[in-house]
Ligand binder design. Sequence first.
Ligand SMILES: [Zn+2]
Length: 208
Amino acid sequence: MEKPLKELKRVRLTTGVISTATLERTKDGTDYKLIVRKSTKLSPPGADLPQDAGPIELELKSANTGSELTSQAKELVSYFFKRFHKVEKSYPTSKAINQAISLISNHGVDQARYVVDFAHIAAQDTGFKIETFGGIMDYTSRAVADYDKHQKARQTQTAIDACSFCNRAGFVSLRILKDGKWSHSSAKCTHDVEQMRAVAENQGYQIV
Ligand SMILES: [Zn+2]
């Protein structure tokens, strides 16, 4: 918003110039408004206009001012109301929206949503009542740790699924001939087929 505001300041009006243009948050904190002050100092001589017409307020659609984050935050708060209070329509306070914004900025949308889910389950287990969105914030670090753990497990499983070499547990079956008898064993797959084959053969194993 910096650059457009500077450009706006240079705009010459028919009745003067814009002396200041500042962006301010609206009272509810969810949007911005542009405050433009007009100066008639540079008006052509003879222009009989009031010296100060007062600030002109323009409501901005906050397209470039984090509107996506704000709408994600609103969505997250209404998701909270759906889960905790079973209401479809909710009227989030600016406090709740700001808390949601900080949660999303710090951890991303997916993890923020996970915090809501995690807090919901945890609260049910302990019988603890969470009334406001802020109540879930205490669960953030535990929820994020839990999310990371599951994320790791999901990534491991995806790698196993994509590998044609190992079984569903991510292991490769091997056998080795010892004293005329086959001895079986298994090895954790690295999902690098060439490497796995080379290592196995090197140690006298056959891949089953
Ligand atoms: Zn594998």
